[in-house]
Design a protein around this ligand. Sequence first.
Ligand code: IYR
Length: 228
Amino acid sequence: MTDGHRPYPALPRLTDEERIAKARSLSETLATRRSCRHFSSDSVPKEVIELAIQAAGTAPSGANHQPWHFAAISSPGIKRRIREAAEQEERRFYGFDGAEAKAGKAWLDALDPLGTDDQKPFLETAPWLIVVFAQRKGGIAEDGETQNYYVTESVGIACGLLLATLHKAGLATLTHTPSPMGFLREICRRPETEKPVMIVVAGHPAPEASVPDHAAKKKPLETISSWL
Ligand code: IYR
């Protein structure tokens, strides 16, 4: 074996039938995930959030620099500050501040079927907010200087694993992207070299939670794939 290498880790030995069954099972589980915009205040153990972040941290990344940071927030005071700052930005985004909407007509039209607006009470109600930061620089040692690579791609995959783990743990999630979201860097006390990417809201759905029909329409396999 090449110096500095170790054997490829053992994978489960499965028959093709078992492989198909496993793939089907996870695929069906993931197919039931829906963004949630109405959370209850029921608690979620910190350990679930820790395990989900640990899973996110296994994502492949450019040069294995792992260019991400997850700020996990359960403090009511910090959640309130995030809600207030997010709603202030969203008022400008949706044009509820008296000025022209920053979003523009096409974007607002695209959001119409979701029924979103500038009110974000879930940022206070949900037990956990996970603010995901992308590290433009830092390398594996987090030195704040070494160049990172494929940061957007790496952090995107990490977010996917985070959402998948939270979903498998039976939690509802929302990927929330207040725009702009520079305020999150200050509230979470993160350095200039980091860019806030999204807030992953995690908790239990409120009893009255609903999802827009629009969100349940997923493109079929034939549309999203080609086979060559
Ligand atoms: N940040 C806004 C707008 C928004 C944008 C997209 I693209 C969405 O898929 C959903 C919302 C908000 O959170 O309301």
